[in-house]
Design a protein around this ligand. Structure first.
Ligand code: HEC
Length: 109
């Protein structure tokens, strides 16, 4: 009987691992595996402050980011040339989501 209880406990522990949510386990992996429409507040702002603001403090605010969106440099460096973030890369899903957000007018939503 004890063995069965132990087995069930171990089994339920193992099964519980499959219920872990990726976005809770990897909170900095913004948008991976998810290419749904992005909003500024839920996707772009957290991504930019985690991946760009260490070098570009100005991009932390929407107004600061809007400058390089309006002059085309954001699209050029992040979507076209993909040489930003300098020293790192964004996943293809993240780039796709940023592209969708830009195409939808880069709203402060
Ligand atoms: C490790 C530091 C670093 C990170 C992180 C970084 N950048 Fe940069 N970025 C630079 C440097 C240095 C330059 C200036 C040299 C150049 O243009 O390549 C630059 C230039 C740029 C430019 C051109 C600006 C202009 O006015 O000509 C854009 C746009 C840009 N970065 C966007 C981004 C975005 C968006 C991110 C985040 C996804 C990012 N960068 C992350 C260091 C960084």
């Amino acid at each position: 009987m004890k063995k069965i209880v132990g087995f069930v406990l171990v089994l339920s522990f193992l099964v519980s691992c499959y219920r872990d949510k990726e976005e809770l386990l990897y909170p900095n992996d913004f948008g991976s595996g998810d290419t749904s429409a992005a909003t500024y507040s839920a996707f772009v702002q957290p991504l930019v402050s985690a991946r760009c603001a260490a070098c570009h403090a100005a991009y932390n605010s929407y107004a600061g980011l809007k400058v390089i969106i309006d002059n085309g440099k954001f699209r050029d460096r992040v979507i076209v040339r993909k040489d930003m973030p300098s020293g790192g890369t964004l996943s293809s899903d993240q780039i796709l989501k940023l592209d969708k957000w830009l195409n939808a007018g880069a709203l402060n939503n």
